[in-house]
Every structure is written in C-alpha cells, then in structure tokens.
Design a protein around this ligand. Structure first.
Ligand SMILES: [Zn+2]
Length: 726
C-alpha cells in the first residue's frame, strides 16, 4: 500500500492545482454588445442586473467552458502596463501570491494600527472579485490558495484580462470595456496613457470617479502612477508632461447607438460581431433620417432600409426605423422585420419564375383589359387599360392587370410555393386565401425577407465570374426589364443627385399604407420601406415618391459598380414574333432569333397573326388602339349589338338635389342583344368607372359640363354617347 501513497498524493496535488477554481464569475450578467464587422461598437444594452458589464471579447457565443466569465486574451498594452505598475509590480514574477508584499502589508498595517494595504496580488483580486465576501484573514487565505491554482491554469495575460473584465469602475460600470466607452467614448485600445492610468487606479476606489472632493485624490493617484511609469521607462518625459495635464472624465457618456433595432434583436448578454459596416451604417442612417424627417411633415412617420452585400449575402446596413429620437408612437417597432403589405414588390419574382418555366417569353403580350376573375377585378394604378402590353414592359411599368393574367396562367399555388422557397416567411395563410391578389399586395412580407430574396436573385446570377449562364437567363431578363423601370412622375428626379445604374422596383400597397423600393446592382441590394408603423395610409404615399429617393441616396453612398450584369451566352435560340413576343408561328411575317431558357421551346406559338395580319381579340383591341395608332383594325362584322336607353345622344341633363343637398345623379342604362350573358365595362371620358352584368345600368353623377360615356362588351364592341350636365 505504501508505495501508492506518494504517487497518490502527487496526483491529488496536480488535480488540485490544475482543476480550474469552480464557479469563477459564474452567473455574472452581461450587457448585450453588438459590434460592426470591423469591431466598432454599434450599441449595447445594460445587463439584467443593471450593470454595464461588457461580455469578454474572445468569449464564444454560448460557451460551455467552466470559466464562463472573461477568458478574454485581449487586454490593451497601456492599461496592462499601468495596472501592473499600480496594483502588483511583481505580477509577472510571482506564482499568484507575493510573500514579500504580504509581509510588507502586515508590517504597514501593524505600524498604523489599521488596514492600509492588502498585499493582494492581481490574481488574488481576481478571486476576490469573483467570490465577493468580507475582507478578513480567512477569506484572504482562500484567495491566496485559489490564486495559486488559477496561476497554474492560466497565463498571466489571461489573468489580467479576467481582472480587467470584472473590476468595478464606479457606479454601475463594471469591466474595462464598459468603462472606456462610458467615460471616454472609445474602445480601451484607443485610450491615452492618462486615460489608461485613470482606469488602472479606479477599481481601487471606484467611487472617486464621481464629481466631488475625491476627484482631486483621483487625479493625484493618476499622476503618481504616470510618474512611476515615467520612472520605469514605460513612457517618456514628453508623454508624461502631456498626460498629467489631461482632464479627468466627466459624467458617463451615452454609448454609441447605431443600428438600434438590430442591436435590440441581438442575442441578450452576449457580444455579437455583426456584418454591419460601420461607416456605411452611419451614412445610411443619416440618409434615411434626412429623407424621413422631410416626409414626416407629410404624415409619413416611419422608414426602414437595408443594404445587403450580394457577394456574401450579409446585411451590411440595417435601419429598423428612422430617427429613433423623433418622438412618435411606433418608433420602437423594427419595421424592417415587420410584415407589411407587399404592393407590387413581388412582381419581379413572378416574371422570373414564369420565364424560367416557359409560361411566357420575355416580351410576350399580356392582356390589359377590364376583367372579373371570381369577384376580383384588378385595376392599374392609373386606372387605365392598355389592351395588351409586353410582359417586360408590364413589369417595368408595374401594371396590375397583366400581372394578374400572368399569375393566373402561371398558377397561384405554384407561385405561392416559389415565394416560400425564396424565403418569404410571412405567408401565414394557404395559397387559396390570397388567390390572385397575391401579386397585388394581398400578402404581407418583411423588408428583411424581400431584400434578401432580391439579393438572392443577384447571388444566383453572378455566380460564374460575373457572367449569367444557363438557368440564370430568366434572371438576366428580369434585371433588364427592371433596369428600364419607368421613372414615374411621382418621383421628383431633381431631388436626386447622380443616378447610378440599378435594376429597381417600387411597390405601393392598397390605401397608400406601404411604400417600397428595392434596387440591385451586381454588388449590392438595397431595400427601403416607408409608411406609418401604426398603419395609417397617406394619400400620395407611393413607393416611387416616398421610398425611391432614399434608395438612390443609398445607392450613391456605395462603392461604384464594377460593371453591369453580362449578357448571357448559354440558352436555347428560338424564333420569336416581334409583335406578340410569342414563338413565331407560320403566319407571323417576321421572326427574330432570341436566346431563351430551355422551357421556352414548349410554349405556345403566336396566337395573333392570321394570314399575316396582326389581329388582337376585340376587347384587347378596343383598349389597345388608342395607344397604338399604327394598329389597323381587321375587318369584322359591325352590327349594332347594344344601344343606350339613357341618356339619348346630345342630351342636356340636370340632376335634382336630394334633401341633404347632394345631387343624386341619374341611372344610366344600356340594352345589349345578349343581355345576361355579357359583361359591360363603363368609361366616363375615357376613365374606367365600373362594370355591369345581367342588368346594365349604373347610377352616375357626372360634374357639370360635356361628357362622353363609353360602354364596351367582352367582344370589344363599344358604343358611346355624348351629353351635357347643366
Ligand atoms: Zn406573330
């Protein structure tokens, strides 16, 4: 048995020495800290225990280490030097306990009759900071014993870092990081010698930071330490002379507050290194603030913006809501992450998907006529119909009616699944709930999801050395269409400086509640939302007017594009009818070879050429002709199938006033030969005003003056009557 005694004791000693003291800083509460990609502080939130205590920088998220607090290896050189010089000059030489210091402390304390010096090493202080408890001999012995063990386990620098991360710096400021930011507004690595010395002496008497008589004592202590640093050769005379004249910090400073909504949603109690680019974030916040403050006067209170780096898919700027300091309800809401009505912002996805699937070719003519699809009667934003519009043009002009025809052809269910696979996470109802309105803002989406989905289109596209190839052809056509986006009148282009090249899309939700703008370059995707967090609509709030200018401001902040999307080289070449945009048929007089996605070969041939004559179906034709004077109407039978019952041609009408004083108008009537089987679309002075089925009558109250009332049936036959209201 005896021969096992010594090895056994040795083993026990080793275990004791090298097993980390348990529970060191266990349960400490940390502030939530979010840094930019470069490591700049974006913002922080106070810890659950009301302390400003930053998580150690090298602590991995959700560490399972038995040393949960502060194993940070990084400690700034100046602070480390100043701290060692002030607290424990032999720190690098002793094993955690300094017998000479203890003897000296005992001597001093006996001489003066009370405790003037602790003789504690920095290592022992780390243990004390962790354990707490009274200062007495028993605790000191435990601190010494635990300090020896800590030294066996950790390098000296790590022990310094543990001290720096957990020392008190006055008030509710704990740890060097929080102290540097609260007192000097900078990270600890950027502190001067005077500032580092101030923080080195502070944990010894943390209350002395507060204004009052202790301030002079603090200054003296700091300067004495600077003197020692000079003596020891850590600083030169010049540095010393300047350092002693530096003022002490005043009231704690507010911490940086960039990307505040982003910081708010960061994991609590951890230090997060985000992908936000510090300089860009600041510039984007400023751009959003400027535009948003101007719009606030018009009742548009809130604005959000996101920039994604298409190379990495990372968010590089994030404004959850503009001007967080402008008081208003809803300012805390992170609009960028809130589901909002999508307006037209999903249309590019449908165009790309339909191209990919061969549902349409890039220029296929889509109907733009009054239609009623199961009670759903889509209208264009300008309340006009154009008869037939090329698909790319319909996308660029964001026409609603062609988009609905396209969605019906492509399939609601199919598009719904596409949106989900594109990462739209807020489609909470089944596809049938949205129906065809899915493409016109019937669904809600978050700006974060939308911007990421647009960015994903670019990411999928520039994958091969900046070239679009093969299956990405549909995306290239989509970008081409969006590059041609009409510059709508609502956008005052004089307010925008130089306009960089971008593929972009705007969206406006029903009732002017949501304004969207998304822009893409090969390198970046920018998403902007404007409106009211509380949901109130503002007449005239359109994507182009409210969100477009900010999007272009942000675009101008970004590095200039290295080039544009390259024309693809791979795909299938097929002959396309330039008039209809369909595959050319035998009757088409012209055919142009076009590079297309493979599925295009299965699409239908041109339905509009017959015997070499371009002829649209009657209803399309009726709306198409006014916009296309070159269109010659093919021969058709011209029998009158309907006539006005009221009013008669050239009638002068006056409407009786009701008791309320309002004019009641009159009931206008049309007789149609096929009565119940037709739908009639009514237009007053060229503007669509309503439709009738079964009974063709409509109560109207036109303003005083001359008018033309036109009614068109689903065969494109029309009649007009002119009248005057007195
Ligand atoms: Zn044709």
């Amino acid at each position: 048995m005896r021969r096992w005694l010594w090895p056994g004791l040795l083993l026990a000693l080793l275990l004791w020495l090298f097993v980390i003291p348990q529970g060191l800083f266990r349960g400490a509460h940390y502030s939530t800290v979010v840094e930019s990609a470069e490591g700049e502080l974006l913002g922080a939130r106070i810890a659950a225990d009301g302390q400003w205590r930053f998580p150690p920088s090298s602590l991995p998220a959700a560490s399972s280490s038995s040393l949960p607090a502060a194993t940070g290896n990084l400690i700034p050189e100046r602070f480390a030097t100043a701290l060692v010089q002030f607290e424990d000059r032999h720190f690098y030489w002793h094993p955690g306990v300094n017998p000479i210091a203890i003897v000296r402390a005992l001597r001093d304390n006996i001489r003066s009759g009370h405790v003037v010096s602790g003789g504690s090493t920095i290592t022992m202080q780390v243990i004390r900071l962790s354990r707490g408890g009274e200062r007495n001999i028993w605790n000191k012995l435990i601190e010494a014993e635990e300090a020896l063990r800590l030294e066996c386990r950790h390098k000296k620098r790590k022990i310094l870092a543990l001290y720096a991360a957990n020392a008190p710096f006055g008030g509710n400021v704990v740890g060097l990081d929080a102290a540097a930011w609260r007192y000097f507004g900078r990270p600890p690595e950027e502190l001067s010698w005077a500032e580092s010395a101030t923080l080195a002496v502070l944990p010894n008497a943390p209350a002395s930071i507060h204004p009052g008589r202790d301030r002079e004592a603090l200054r003296e202590k700091r300067n004495r330490l600077l003197g020692r640093l000079l003596e020891h050769g850590d600083i030169d005379q010049e540095t010393y002379d300047a350092a002693v004249t530096e003022p002490l910090p005043d009231e704690p400073l507010p911490l940086p507050a960039y990307a505040s909504h982003y910081v708010e949603s960061a994991p609590k109690g951890l230090r997060t290194r985000s992908t936000i680019q510090f300089g860009l974030q600041r510039a984007v916040e400023e751009a959003v603030r400027r535009r948003s403050d101007a719009l606030a006067a018009e009742g548009v209170a809130d604005m959000a913006a996101i920039v994604i780096d298409n190379g990495t898919g990372n968010i590089v700027a994030y404004v959850g809501n503009s001007s967080p300091d402008r008081p208003r309800p809803g300012v805390q809401v992170d609009i960028a992450a809130s589901p909002r009505s999508t307006g037209s912002i999903l249309k590019p996805f449908l165009y790309a998907d339909a191209l990919e699937a061969g549902t349409i070719l890039p220029e296929t003519l889509l109907p733009d006529i009054p239609v009623n699809m199961g009670g759903f009667a889509p209208q264009n934003f300008d309340r006009q119909f154009y008869g037939a519009v090329h698909a790319s043009d319909a996308l660029a002009r964001s026409l609603n009616v062609p988009a609905v025809f396209l969605l019906r052809k492509y399939g609601v269910e199919r598009f719904y699944e596409d949106l989900k696979s594109r990462g739209i996470t807020t489609l909470t109802h089944p596809a049938g709930h949205y129906g065809l309105s899915l493409i016109l803002g019937g669904a809600e989406a978050k700006l974060t999801d939308i911007t990421a989905a647009y960015s994903a289109m670019v990411q999928a596209s520039v994958r091969k050395n900046g070239h679009f190839q093969g299956r990405d052809l549909a995306l290239w056509y989509t970008f081409e269409a969006l590059k041609e986006v009409n510059r709508p009148d609502q956008l005052d282009w004089r307010l925008i400086g130089s306009v960089r090249k971008a593929a972009w899309k705007t969206g406006t939700s029903y009732g002017f509640r949501d304004a969207w703008a998304v822009g893409m370059t090969p390198e970046y995707t920018i998403g902007v939302w404007a409106g009211n967090a509380q949901g109130a609509g503002v007449p005239g709030l359109t994507g182009a007017r409210a969100a477009g200018p900010v999007m272009f401001d942000i675009l101008n902040l970004l590095p200039e594009s290295r080039g544009w999307f390259q024309e693809p080289t791979e795909g299938v070449v097929a002959n396309v009818c330039p008039d209809s945009g369909y595959l050319a048929g035998p009757d088409c007089p012209e055919a142009e070879p076009v590079l297309l996605p493979p599925a295009a070969l299965d699409s239908e041939p041109c339905p509009y050429h017959s015997g070499g004559v371009f002829a649209l179906p009657p209803t399309m034709e009726w709306y198409y002709r006014p916009h296309h004077p070159e269109y010659t109407r093919p021969e058709r039978s011209q029998e009158a199938v309907m006539e006005f019952i009221y009013p008669s041609p050239g009638a002068a009408l006056s409407f009786p006033r009701q008791l309320s004083g309002e004019e009641s108008g009159a009931v206008f009537r049309v007789a149609h030969r096929h009565g119940n089987d037709v739908t009639l679309w009514w237009h007053l002075d060229g503007s669509f005003i309503g439709e009738t089925t079964f009974v063709h009558q409509l109560r109207l109250c036109p303003e005083k003056g001359k008018h033309i009332l036109t009614v068109v049936d689903n065969n494109g036959e029309s009649i007009s009557v002119s009248f005057t209201v007195l």
